[in-house]
Design a protein around this ligand. Structure first.
Ligand code: PLP
Length: 247
């Protein structure tokens, strides 16, 4: 039973959150998640200490995924849950372009990671059978999925919408860019036109829960998935290597 005062805080305040992956009992990119959580809290003039954040995380290290929420209303209360996710090796998905436009970054800062964002909620709600849908920004450029960042491959160069497009500074996005550069790929962050997605050799999404997800269908158009499936496997190795070196 949720306390009445907590319901009151949720109804009258706002909830910021982070989702972290746990690999073999170790949280991935803990510092980056704490930094982003702190940034979200900073928009509403709140903060929590690293120890408070870590104490929440450490309660769920036997799960695959941890969600940590900061309920903000006259101060901040932390709440967290651990979840297991269905294990599957590399898989590929269908995505489509959303009818919903991404909120203008001057209305809602992309790095304010809060629950109940109407644009992302409506896009997700209307995604149907698609794994995710891709939102365009207010100027019509490709922005991001409702819970993922978007990449595409064209002639062996890998492109992703730049942060100026209004995308969330995804932690997987950042780590994937690092891995791709280490692998010798040319990676370009830029304003992406919609037609570039339709002419892409391959498309993939990135998000914490699943790492790199190959896109097999963009609407009714079928895409190659060979490179992105390989990259998805490589990313699991990259994460495991980073985690074993990080403690
Ligand atoms: N874009 C949006 C709108 C998101 O909500 C998320 C994740 O929640 C992402 C991108 C992916 O970010 P990350 O890689 O940090 O999980």
């Amino acid at each position: 039973m949720i306390e009445r005062s907590l319901i009151n805080d949720i109804l009258n305040g706002i909830v910021v959150y982070e989702t972290l992956r746990v690999y073999n009992g170790r949280p991935f990119a803990l510092d980056e998640h704490f930094k982003r959580f702190s940034k979200s809290l900073s928009y509403v003039g709140e903060k929590v200490s690293y120890k408070e954040f870590l104490d929440e995380i450490e309660r769920h290290l036997d799960f695959d995924r941890i969600k940590i929420y900061g309920i903000v209303n006259n101060g901040v209360k932390l709440y967290s849950i651990g979840e297991n996710i269905e294990k599957s090796s590399t898989f590929s998905v269908r995505v489509d372009i959303s009818d919903i436009r991404h909120a203008d970054p001057f209305s809602i800062p992309p790095s304010f990671k809060a629950l109940g964002r109407a644009d992302l909620f409506l896009a997700r709600k209307n995604k149907g059978e698609n794994y995710d849908v891709i939102l365009l920004n207010e100027k019509g450029f490709v922005c991001e999925g409702s819970f993922s960042n978007v990449f595409f491959i064209k002639n062996n160069v890998i492109y992703t919408p730049s942060l100026e497009t209004g995308v969330l500074d995804g932690i997987t996005r950042k780590n994937v860019i690092e891995m791709l550069k280490n692998m010798g790929y040319k990676v370009e962050e830029k304003m992406v036109e919609l037609k570039e997605l339709f002419y892409a050799d391959e498309i993939f999404l990135t998000h914490t829960s699943r790492g790199i997800v190959s896109v097999e269908f963009l609407g009714k158009y079928r895409l190659e998935t060979r490179i992105s499936k390989l990259l998805s496997k490589k990313f699991e190795e990259f994460v495991n290597e980073k985690i074993s070196g990080s403690f």
